[in-house]
Write a protein that binds this ligand. Sequence first.
Ligand code: SF4
Length: 416
Amino acid sequence: MIDEMRLKILTEGAKYDVSCSSSGSKRKNEGGMGNGYAAGCCHSFTPDGRCISLLKILMSNNCIYNCKYCPNRLDADVRRVSATPEEIAQLTIDFYKRNYIEGLFLSSAVEKSPNDTMERLVRTVKLLRTQYRFHGYIHLKGIPRADEALIREAASYADRMSYNIELPSEASLKLLAPQKSKESLLLPMKQLAREKAVFREEKRKGLFLPAGQTTQMIVGASPEPDGQIVRLTQSLYRNMGLKRVYYSSYVPVVHDSLLPDLPAGQLREHRLYQADWLLRFYGFTAEEIAPENENLPLDLDPKCAWALRNMHLFPVEVNRAPLEMLLRVPGIGGRSAQKILEARRYTKLGFEHLARMRVVLKRARHFITANGKFYGAENETAVRGLLTAGEKNENAEQLSLFGTSETALSALTGEL
Ligand code: SF4
């Protein structure tokens, strides 16, 4: 049984990985315990980065690699501990039965060798699935440079796997994570994407990574601008079929002369998540969101910034604009755009209708007409001023007609 001291170190060591959020998977309960599907897995993050309701744990913090930003790197003066597959599997079941958790997020430092570590990770999930008949959600971190056969076996038991890109360029990896390379991280992702496609095509029985793959990038530990990060993200979605790319703003937990002394700041991370939404749900391309060598503006969300660069396309009439254009209007989210399409089949929409559809009018009004009416500011400078002021004080009501809890709603749903 795993003792408290090791449990503390191994769970503490896993908290910096944010790629474990889950959207559930298609795994059915066929007579054992747990369910990876019904409610997905709760995935709340506490302020210090812990993901609650998954047991988020390392198998070992005893690493042979020396990634400069990592508290578990070879050079670090920390207590080294490991757990066995049997201990982790038993702990997962014990916690599950006590209703502490709904699933497992299992990662590990590279102990001894990539294959040795990966083999023990696979053994853990195999034990859970076959011996304990656990059908709950399992997210497994892949170990770069492990054999293809181990990766394949892991994917037949896990719901989701992730290989963390960590740094957005080969040059930064060489400098800050010298034992890793872009190729060693991308190859297993490619393998999983390829094998999942074949599995689906051949309509094989069972499951192969039903919740897909994710990855994480550290933002601000190295000099790559957001434009480059957004392009890499786009290519990961297009070429690897990733479910999510997570961004983790750099926090200096160890001192190294090659690393910044200050944290990267949450706002930059937030802007990247907004850009990520634009890529996945709003039909934007990375090239539209930010020039390759620039960061995203901090004073405006990336959709507003794009609209301001393209004022010649606005205003659009909400009663006629196609879906693709509605989705590009700041303040009209995916759900509002669908509601507009549906409602305008029956009536001419005015601003009062849009307010009821939860369109964020204090942003959208500068870019739309509704039934010919326009309530926006006169020129681009004025629009920019109002939008940046709105960003600064989200809760300020700018006009009584438009003052609602729209901003709070947008923050909750992620709609832009
Ligand atoms: S491989 Fe790198 S990031 Fe992972 S535990 Fe080892 S030193 Fe840390």
